[in-house]
Write a protein that binds this ligand. Structure first.
Ligand code: HEM
Length: 156
């Protein structure tokens, strides 16, 4: 277990830091949130609700580069999945990597857009772009995500 836990976490962090390096506006927003909310101290679980940009960056990293990109199960009992009959012994695979990049579920699925995870974002699922987009970077990062905030278009 510890091997799997280390490898998945290490892969996720490696992708996260690479993405942050390539998307400096996102990085600046993250830095600002961490400086404001944490200063120089280490985070605790109690801080998580006040770190929405951090949460969005982690989720967006896991969406684009899921460390476990392919999962498999073996059917035990006869069953049916999406109309397909499955016999015992059949192997069923699912790829989070492919699902996460499916344009039916995410707008601009190939892009690193942490705003996918903000409810008022035009990029958040389900696909219902809201007119009157503003730049997310101008919104206070601590704005409640349930608020009727303007939608955001992300320049990066
Ligand atoms: C970014 C980090 C991680 C990712 C993306 C991740 C992802 C996953 C996924 C997709 C599974 C399901 C695999 C399957 O059912 O085929 C899984 C199972 C599991 N993970 Fe992680 N994991 C992460 C970190 C960790 C950590 C830090 C721990 C422990 C400290 C951990 C412990 C486990 C355990 C025990 C299971 C098996 C659960 C079960 O089937 O009963 N994982 N993980």
């Amino acid at each position: 277990m510890s091997f799997a836990a280390h490898e998945t976490t290490a892969a996720a962090l490696a992708w996260l830091f690479l993405l942050l390096d390539r998307h400096q506006p996102v990085r600046r927003r993250l830095d600002a949130e961490i400086d404001r909310e944490l200063g120089n101290r280490l985070p605790t679980p109690a801080d998580l609700p006040r770190l929405p940009s951090t949460e969005a960056v982690v989720k967006e990293t896991l969406r684009l580069y899921p460390p476990l990109w392919y999962l498999e199960r073996t059917v035990d009992l006869p069953t049916e999945l999406a109309g397909y009959p499955l016999r015992p012994g059949t192997r069923v695979a699912v790829s989070p990597f492919v699902i996460h990049r499916d344009p039916r579920f995410y707008d601009r699925p190939m892009e690193f857009l942490p705003d996918h995870w903000w409810p008022w974002s035009p990029w958040s699922s389900p696909q219902q772009p809201t007119p009157g987009a503003t730049n997310c970077a101008r919104l206070p990062a601590h704005a409640p995500r349930s608020a009727h905030a303007p939608s955001c278009s992300h320049a990066d």
